[in-house]
Design a protein around this ligand. Sequence first.
Ligand code: ATP
Ligand code: MN
Length: 464
Amino acid sequence: MESGKRIKIAQLLKSEPGISTLVKGWVRTKRGNKNVAFVALNDGSTVNNIQIVFDMTRFTEEQLKPVTTGACIAVEGTLTASPGGGQSVEILAEQLLVYGTADADTYPLQKKGHSMEFLREIGHLRPRTNTFGCVFRIRHAMAFAIHKFFNDKGFFYLHTPIVTASDAEGAGAMFQVTTLDLNNIPRDENNKIDYTQDFFGRASNLTVSGQLEGELGAMALGEIYTFGPTFRAENSNTPRHLAEFWMIEPEMAFYEIKDNMDLAEEFIKYLVKYAIDNCSDDLKFLNDMFDKELLERLQSVVETDFVRLSYTEGVEILMNSGVKFEFPVYWGADLQSEHERYLVEKHFKRPVILTDYPKEIKAFYMKQNEDGKTVRAMDVLFPKIGEIIGGSQREESLEKLEARIQEMGMEKDGMWWYLDTRRFGTAPHSGFGLGFERLLLFVTGMSNIRDVIPFPRTPKNAEF
Ligand code: ATP
Ligand code: MN
């Protein structure tokens, strides 16, 4: 029996009755009586289960005993039209093989309706729940759609390094990478750590962003994107921050800020539409179980134009709102998610792209505006999330970039390779970073970022 080729449940549920089939998966539920047993089986290919009918004249009770919730089985049988409601086909079982039992007294997913918090504690088993099955299938579909979007536009996927000695942009606190013996750290004559003895011959860390390297690619290949893991050691225990998250960072030669905004808007709409068109079963499940407005919210993002306004205008709206925010708003303040969400959810009721932020709260590489106070930054703000994309037009002038680096008291020596892009054949260019898990929060309607990544890395949490 094992030699046959299994057919996935997603395919079986779309098949015509009459065929004989082999199905393999994990038991969700079993019910029945002396004459017949019904098993709901799931194999991860879809949120939907297939019903397997065991005629007890063909099977013994002893045979069916290990078929309990969580057990893994293979069943050979005939696909038949289902007389019961809820499903169009079911399998009339002819042969049964139990691969693995799951003891009813100790299997943690015995009943339904566990809290998200509890499921995080059993992160090794939560992919077996309907909810996480949906989330991880959607996660896959979004990753695929990202590559498709850029490939269809002629962008090249550039792999930027995960380990680097570059301090990127001060985007966040970094995880150090070292092979030095922590119990016996080599020191130089000034008692400073002697990194020449470290693996890379200098202090190195996990990347916080692939952007700076991405710019090198854009200034040669024209339009590139990165899509990889990034790491930030900030101790922020929020529902929107991970220590390890995935980021998509397109970088485009000859794009001005307006082109950058157009691309960001088109990109997100494409991804949301892709989810609506290709993940309908999973989205419907999440909509019905968790968030009755999810599908509506997704549809509305695809259909509405994003508002575009300057940081200065945004701050004025917030200051005139009469709302008492936890963090005060004034020109120059770094906007918090409560401010961003007020603009999106209360004031405009649609996504907002804020531009031209004060230079003091943005990175050194952003293009400086004529006013001497603001830079050509753009943040895309989304309902329920706040910032989903951060980007900018980049400063292409070597002189202005060097002046800004000096002004900010940054270490210029390690930046020579980056500055060379401005020294040789510089050009206007722009890019942005989309946090993959922030996108998934929006698309799945989950409310905690730990629940949209298979193995969340957060402070004090990296066991497996
Ligand atoms: P925030 O202000 O929300 O902390 P940021 O300004 O530090 O974000 P950027 O450096 O602009 O973020 O990074 C680009 C994108 O990466 C953000 O728009 C967001 O979608 C995502 N992002 C940033 N930090 C995290 C994090 N710790 N976990 C998950 N996603 C993140
Ligand atoms: Mn940002």
